[in-house]
Ligand binder design. Sequence first.
Ligand SMILES: Nc1nc2c(c(=O)[nH]1)N(C=O)[C@@H](CNc1ccc(C(=O)N[C@@H](CCC(=O)O)C(=O)O)cc1)CN2
Ligand SMILES: Nc1nc2c(ncn2[C@@H]2O[C@H](COP(=O)(O)OP(=O)(O)OP(=O)(O)O)[C@@H](O)[C@H]2O)c(=O)[nH]1
Ligand SMILES: [Mg+2]
Length: 458
Amino acid sequence: MIQDTIAAISTPMGEGGIAVIRISGDEAVAAADRIFFGKSELGVVPSHTVHYGFIKHPLTLERVDEVLVTVMKAPKSFTMEDVVEISCHGGFISVKKVLDLLLEQQVRLAEPGEFTKRAYLNGRIDLSQAEAVIDLIRAKSDRAHRIALKQAEGSLSTNIKLLRHNLVELMAHIEVNIDYPEHDVEEMTNAFITNSCTQALGKIEQLLNTANQGKILREGIVTAIIGKPNVGKSSLMNTLAQENRAIVTEIPGTTRDVIEEFVTVNGIPLKLLDTAGIRETSDIVERIGVEKSKGALADADLILLVFNGSEKLESDELSLIEQLKDKQTIVIVNKLDLPQQIENDILAGHFPAERIVMMSLLEQQGIADLEKAIASLFFSGQVELNDQTYVSNVRHIALLKKAKIAIDDAFEAAGAGVPIDLIQIDIRNAWEYLGEIIGDSVGESLIDQIFSQFCLGK
Ligand SMILES: Nc1nc2c(c(=O)[nH]1)N(C=O)[C@@H](CNc1ccc(C(=O)N[C@@H](CCC(=O)O)C(=O)O)cc1)CN2
Ligand SMILES: Nc1nc2c(ncn2[C@@H]2O[C@H](COP(=O)(O)OP(=O)(O)OP(=O)(O)O)[C@@H](O)[C@H]2O)c(=O)[nH]1
Ligand SMILES: [Mg+2]
């Protein structure tokens, strides 16, 4: 395949120490050499070496920037093509000027994700690994990052390849029996098929079981802070965010809009929503806020229901408790520093003890208890999750489900004594679905769609 040479700025646009332009393709070294002026010609330097010099206009010899240039020769590079990286001074102007010069040297601007796409097309990584690179860039917590890194290194691919390998063996076994259909061998085959299917199903289910947690780790648990006005919801948001994100005043009805913040609690990422206190109100703006609070409540995975411990429960609050019956809820009794009036027995009648946390946000009491309650809710105490492969990509989940159904069908058919050449079709389908996860036999439009999610220069 003849690939043209591409270039892009691979660092974010903005002021920074340095900025990197990446060039990949057959002409990468020659193009860079025409605008680079240093001690040696880039065409003759050893691979994986760094060179100091200047970028100059090739005709006017006007200096554009002082740079370091890295040369990586094919196939020992990220794209498996010749790659040159130019480290310029940060900021907008230097990089832009250097890129413009390159684009005059038979180099074209790379599309988003095109470097990673080439790494895939040239066989360095498979599709699930390439998708993990997107997750890696977008990861918002340590755990999400670790999971993506593991997948980028090929942990999911290894599992999928093993599954497919076993299915190929099964198909080969069936093939032999189709070609030499002796009766006694066929009976053995049915047992062999159900056995292999059971094993494959177990493995697929195991992977699918990780999917929910994987999604949570990547996108965050949508967590709404709910309660009547002035109980300390915004104070809780600020405490968990460790900054003054939301306005806190003694005036009930301070928060009018939903405020979002991404926080990590014991390594669990939460998409935290501070909401307007829920109450009947004639204020138009506040009423819209209350409607939004109810929307947030409906959409949330987890509710942090806040009460003011120094007051008795109000009827609005009792109906809120009723509404939350089917939601994962943690109750926070706040303002523990004041004399307590709240009917704790009513709360205890509705929520298990480990879901009720006593706090004083004013005095920063009870934070560790809340963190523990959140963590135990989602990981039932098992906090170390490092060594597992997590499936978090919706495309992968859908394909695993399809493969599972196909193998289920094969299993049923084998049990019912269906002719083995028909069973073979189901197994083959499962094998193909699994193959799509790692990018075996996928269409060009899917590939384009996946890589277009990348940022420019990746
Ligand atoms: N400057 C820079 N940093 C980067 C990247 C890059 O492209 N450029 N990467 C891009 O995402 C990531 C690193 N990924 C990479 C993966 C493989 C190779 C590579 O050249 N591999 C060769 C050489 C190995 C060796 O010398 O031992 C190989 O495996 O053959 C480079 C980067 C993150 N950091
Ligand atoms: N004594 C005491 N006061 C607190 C505590 N937590 C918050 N407050 C105070 O309670 C008032 C209301 O706090 P906010 O965090 O704004 O309450 P809110 O629930 O967000 O209120 P709205 O946005 O109006 O619904 C402020 O004056 C806080 O300083 C606490 O633990 N003890
Ligand atoms: Mg508030």
